[in-house]
Ligand binder design. Structure first.
Ligand SMILES: C[S@@+](CC[C@H](N)C(=O)[O-])C[C@H]1O[C@@H](n2cnc3c(N)ncnc32)[C@H](O)[C@@H]1O
Length: 268
């Protein structure tokens, strides 16, 4: 895990384009997948649907950052424990010990490392259940089937694909076109994250498959101009640049009705 920890610690925002929300990042070389939430802790845990086998609580000292250790946060941690989950933290503050115990953890103070005299270990009740390896069959090897097979492989789950034709429906090329939604609401975040995830995934796994980047969006209604301006201002697209282009020459019959805006996918 050391390379993953160093990469995340170095710049977690850069990994995911610094946009708020959930981001899935693959490290195929390590056989690891990271789900990174750039959110307030309570909102992140509330939205997360997983169960953890292990926790490390590392949210600054409780005296300096009580937000991270509040009862609703510890309740969310408990709610997302797999049977037999283990928890560790460097703080042995009384409020954290009693807060975790109140949620049902068995809490034990242990000798610390380095300059720390003590640390905390806690156990959630139950015995760890080793999940059985699922058996997966995917019928059809279009874009969706091929993407599913890749996602299962990244999770270490072998999948059998049944298909009569070539993979990805035999298409010679494909287009990833993001839905541009103004604001930073959940739908705007989901579309922006899906776009970035697709582009990052292809860039990492099959860079030779990228023929071109960039997107041209035409204004179709009078409201689009203001909407594009709002999208360009919003941070939800992270390192993606949006810019307005000059209208096309008037000799084009549609020039009086539509102006241009271009979204340029930009990776430093
Ligand atoms: C001591 S740092 C530890 C970071 C990381 N575990 C590491 O080893 O590099 C504490 C982290 O908690 C995050 N944090 C503090 N309060 C938070 C809150 N209320 N919600 C979400 N994250 C919070 C900070 O942004 C910071 O990244």
């Amino acid at each position: 895990m050391a390379p993953v920890c160093s990469a995340v610690a170095a710049d977690p925002g850069a990994l995911a384009g610094a946009t708020p929300g959930f981001h899935r990042i693959d490290w195929p070389a390590l056989g690891a997948t990271l789900d990174l939430a750039i959110l307030e802790v309570e909102a992140a845990l509330d939205a997360w649907q997983g169960k953890a086998d292990a926790w490390f609580l590392d949210g600054f000292a409780p005296a300096r950052n009580p937000e991270m250790w509040r009862e609703p946060v510890l309740a969310q941690v408990a709610a997302h424990c797999a049977p037999g989950a283990r928890l560790a933290t460097y703080t042995v503050a009384g409020a954290v010990r009693s807060g975790l115990a109140a949620q049902g953890f068995a809490v034990a103070r242990q000798p610390g490392f380095g300059r720390k005299r003590a640390r905390l270990e806690a156990h959630w009740p139950g015995d760890r259940i080793e999940p059985a390896m699922p058996r997966v069959a995917i019928v059809g090897a279009g874009i969706a089937g091929a993407a599913l097979a890749r996602a299962f492989a990244a999770l270490g789950v072998p999948a059998t694909v049944f298909s009569a034709g070539p993979m990805a429906s035999g298409n010679p090329a494909a287009l990833i076109s993001p839905r541009l939604i103004a604001g930073d609401g959940p739908e705007a975040q989901l579309c922006a994250q899906a776009f970035r995830r697709s582009v990052d995934l292809i860039a990492a796994t099959a860079p030779q498959a990228i023929l071109a980047r960039g997107l041209v969006r035409l204004e179709r209604t009078p409201k689009d101009s203001a909407r594009f301006d709002r999208i360009a201002r919003d941070h939800v697209l992270g390192r993606t640049r949006l810019r307005a282009c000059r209208p096309p020459p008037r000799r084009h019959s549609w020039a009086n009705r539509w102006r241009w805006a271009a979204l340029l996918s930009h990776r430093p």
